[in-house]
Write a protein that binds this ligand. Structure first.
Ligand code: BES
Ligand code: ZN
Ligand code: ZN
Length: 488
C-alpha cells in the first residue's frame, strides 16, 4: 500500500503549491489581504479558470509557491459535490507534478456558513482520495503517491477535524467497493469475496454470516445454487448485519455478486468480456455503503445480503429450459442463463422477507438495456415512489444520479412461460430493463417497501475525470450510505 495523504487543518503552512478551487465568479469577489488577493496583485486570471474541471497552473520561481486553480463551475446548490470533483482533479494534477505537500485554500469560494465549510472540507478530502486512487495491485510498477501532506486553510481547526474524518470514511468505503470490483475473478471467487468481506469487518460492529453448499438449498434457495452450479468455485450467500439502533426499521441492501458472467451456457459472444469480472459491482456497492455506515456509527438497523456466484458453462452447468422452484412458491423457466442476475437476486429478495425487512433496496449490474435507455451517467431506479425519491435525493448530493423508470404492469405478460409460472427473459425484444425489474418484483414481499437500482452503466469509468479514475467507480457506496444517514 502506498502512503495515504495526511490531511491537516490550520493556517499559514508552507507548501510548494497553493490550490484554489474557484467558482466562475470567484475572481470578482476576492477580498484584500487574502491569499487570492496576493496572487491577483501579480497575475491576471484567465476567463476560463472557474469552469468546471478546468486546471490552471501558475509556476513560481525559486522559493515562490506554485498556484493551482481548479474550476468548480457555477455557484450551484450542489457545490459540495462539485468540490469533490475539483479535489479529485487537483489531486491528480498535483501528483503528476511530483509535489510533496500542498496548501488548499477555500478563500475563493466566498463567504460560507459553518455547515457549508464542513461539507466542503469533507467533500475535498473525499474527492482527493478518490481522484488519486489507483488499482495497482497487479502492476510491477506501483503508483507513487507523492503528495503526502495536505494543509487545508481553516480557522476552526478542531470543529473541522470531524469533517476530515467524514471525508476519509466516505472515500474508504468507496475505495473498498472499487478494490472489490476491480479484482479479477481468479482473485475474487465467491468464497474469496466472502473472506475478504469477513476480514474487512473484523473488529467492527458488523456480523458476517457466510452461507455455502447445502445450506443454500436448506434455506430454500433456487437461483443462487443453480447459477453457481457450473463453476468449480461454489456460490456463497452473505448476510451481514449492523444494528446500532434496534428501534429503527430493518433496512436490507441486496447486491448482485456475480464474480464473473460468461453468460453460462447462453455464452456471451463478445471478444473481450474481461469487464464481466465487475458483475459484482452492485454487491461491492452495498458492502461499501455498510462500511461507511458502520464507520460513521450511524444509528441504523441494516442487513446487507450478497448473492455471489460465478456464471460459467460446464457439463454441470444450469441449462436453458430448466425450471427452478423458489421459496416463495414461484417457478421459473430459465430461458437464458445469461439472465442470471435476476435469478440470484430473487433468492435474496425472498430471504429479505423472511428476516423481517421493512425496506429493501437491491442494486445490480443487471441489464445492458438500462444503458441503452438512459445512458451511462444515470442509474435506473424502480419501485416505491417515496423510497425512490429519497434515494434520488441522496444521489443528487453525492453526484450519483438516478432516474426513475416505471414498473409497467402490462409488460408482465412478456415474462410468460409455456410451462412454468414465469420465464427469466422477456419474449418481446423491448423494455429489457423494465421486464428485469418486473421479474424481481415477483419475489418481493408486501411486508416491505422495495426499490431496485440497475447501475450497469455506472460501475466503471473509461477515463479519469474529477473523483473518478479509470476502472471501477464504487458507485452506490456513498449513495446508499447517504440515504441511510439522511433517514431520520
Ligand atoms: N451482467 C449482465 C449485464 C451486462 C451486459 C453488463 C453487458 C455489462 C455489459 C447481465 O447478466 C446480462 O447478461 N444481461 C443481459 C440480459 C439478457 C440476456 C436478457 C443483457 O442485458 O443483455
Ligand atoms: Zn448475464
Ligand atoms: Zn450478469
Amino acid at each position: 500500500m502506498n502512503a495515504m495523504p495526511i490531511f491537516k487543518l490550520g493556517q499559514g503552512g508552507a507548501g510548494r503549491v497553493i490550490i484554489f478551487p474557484v467558482f466562475k465568479d470567484s475572481f470578482e469577489q476576492a477580498h484584500s489581504g487574502g491569499l487570492l488577493a496576493s496572487f491577483l496583485e501579480k497575475h491576471e486570471p484567465r476567463k476560463r479558470m472557474g469552469e468546471r474541471g478546468e486546471v490552471t497552473w501558475f509556476y513560481g520561481h525559486g522559493e515562490q509557491p506554485h498556484y493551482l486553480f481548479v474550476g468548480v463551475g457555477e455557484r450551484s446548490q450542489n457545490a459540495a459535490f462539485r468540490i469533490t470533483e475539483a479535489a479529485g482533479t487537483a489531486g491528480r494534477a498535483a501528483e503528476q507534478e511530483g509535489l510533496q505537500s500542498a496548501v488548499i485554500s477555500f478563500e475563493a469560494l466566498g463567504k460560507r456558513k459553518d455547515e457549508e465549510e464542513e461539507s466542503f472540507v469533507a467533500a475535498w478530502v473525499e474527492g482527493w482520495l478518490l481522484g488519486t486512487y489507483a488499482f495497482d495491485r497487479y502492476r510491477s510498477k506501483k503508483t507513487h503517491r507523492s503528495v503526502t501532506a495536505i494543509l487545508i486553510e481553516a480557522e476552526r481547526k478542531e470543529s473541522l477535524a470531524e469533517a476530515v474524518r467524514l471525508g476519509e470514511i466516505r472515500a474508504q468505503g468507496t475505495m473498498l467497493a472499487r478494490d472489490l470490483t476491480n479484482e479479477p475473478s481468479n482473485a475474487l471467487t465467491p468464497l474469496k469475496f466472502a473472506e475478504r468481506v469477513r476480514e474487512h469487518f473484523e473488529g467492527v460492529e458488523v456480523s458476517v454470516d457466510i452461507k455455502t453448499g447445502e445450506e443454500l438449498e436448506h434455506l430454500g434457495m433456487a437461483g443462487l445454487p443453480a447459477v453457481g452450479r457450473g463453476s468449480i468455485n461454489p456460490p456463497v450467500f452473505m448476510d451481514l448485519r449492523y444494528c446500532s439502533d434496534p428501534a429503527k426499521p430493518l433496512t436490507v441492501l441486496v447486491g448482485k455478486g456475480i464474480t464473473f458472467d460468461t453468460g453460462g451456457i447462453s455464452l456471451k459472444r463478445d471478444n473481450d468480456i474481461s469487464d464481466m469480472r465487475m458483475d459484482m459491482a452492485g454487491a461491492a456497492g452495498v458492502i461499501g455503503a455498510l462500511s461507511i455506515i458502520a464507520a460513521r456509527g450511524i444509528p441504523a438497523n441494516i442487513a446487507v445480503l450478497v448473492a455471489a456466484a460465478e456464471n460459467v458453462p460446464d457439463a454441470n452447468a444450469l441449462l436453458p429450459g430448466e425450471v427452478l422452484r423458489y421459496a416463495n412458491g414461484t417457478t421459473v423457466q430459465v430461458g437464458n442463463t445469461d439472465s442470471e442476475g435476476r435469478l440470484v437476486l430473487a433468492d435474496a429478495l425472498v430471504y429479505a422477507g423472511q428476516i423481517g425487512a421493512q425496506r429493501v433496496v437491491d442494486m445490480a449490474t443487471l441489464t445492458y438495456s438500462c444503458v441503452g435507455a438512459i445512458g451511462s451517467k444515470l442509474a435506473g431506479i424502480w419501485g416505491d415512489d417515496r423510497l425512490v425519491q429519497a434515494i434520488r435525493t441522496a444521489g443528487e448530493g453525492v453526484g450519483e444520479k438516478l432516474w426513475q423508470l416505471p414498473l409497467v404492469d402490462e409488460y408482465e405478460d412478456y415474462l410468460k412461460s409455456d410451462y412454468a409460472d414465469i420465464c427469466n427473459i422477456s419474449r418481446v425484444g423491448e423494455a429489457g430493463a423494465i421486464t428485469a425489474a418486473l421479474f424481481l418484483r415477483k419475489f418481493t414481499s408486501p411486508s416491505y417497501k422495495w426499490a431496485h437500482i440497475d447501475m450497469n452503466g455506472l460501475k466503471e469509468a473509461s477515463g479519469c475525470s474529477g473523483h473518478l479514475v479509470i476502472g471501477a467507480t464504487g458507485y452506490g457506496a456513498r449513495l446508499l450510505a447517504e440515504w441511510v444517514a439522511s433517514d431520520v
